[in-house]
Design a protein. Structure first.
Length: 145
């Protein structure tokens, strides 16, 4: 549909995705539910939702030419954003990184006070569920189970 489009996939540790997704699902449920939610435990919902999203991407990514798709790890972007974005520009043959780099560096500096959410360690039973349900994600993006 968009033959000249470039696609960027930012992968992230699946356990972190799960924790962040669960928090988001719980917050949204409080706002959107018009009545009492009989199932306040959203673990299964989160697992199923993201499994469908991950699998759909994996099944369809072959439709995107290799030179139009770039994947980078969130963990790498977090530790070295400028060189990761530079690599993205190069891999996708995008022009003018040197032109946008000063603005990008200023943006990165503006994030210096940002603090990520801190989550407690997932119980092993939940980790096992995540590994089982999201096996395709662990394998596709080479995250250790």
């Amino acid at each position: 549909m968009f033959p000249q489009a470039r696609y960027i996939v930012i992968t992230r540790n699946p356990y972190a995705i799960f924790q962040s997704g669960l928090k988001a699902f719980l917050q949204v449920a409080r706002v959107w539910n018009l009545q009492h939610d009989p199932n306040p435990n959203k673990v299964e919902e989160v697992l199923q939702y993201y499994r469908r999203v991950f699998q759909a991407f994996i099944d369809q990514k072959s439709m995107i030419p290799d030179n139009r798709l770039f994947a980078l790890r969130y963990e790498d972007l977090e530790t070295d954003p400028v060189s990761q974005v530079r690599g993205l520009y190069e891999a996708l043959d995008m022009p003018d990184f040197e032109t946008v780099m000063p603005a990008f560096e200023r943006y990165v500096c503006s994030l210096s006070g940002y603090r990520k959410n801190i989550y407690s360690e997932l119980p092993e039973v939940v980790k096992r569920q995540v590994r089982q349900e999201w096996k395709c994600y662990f394998e596709e993006w080479n995250y250790p189970a």
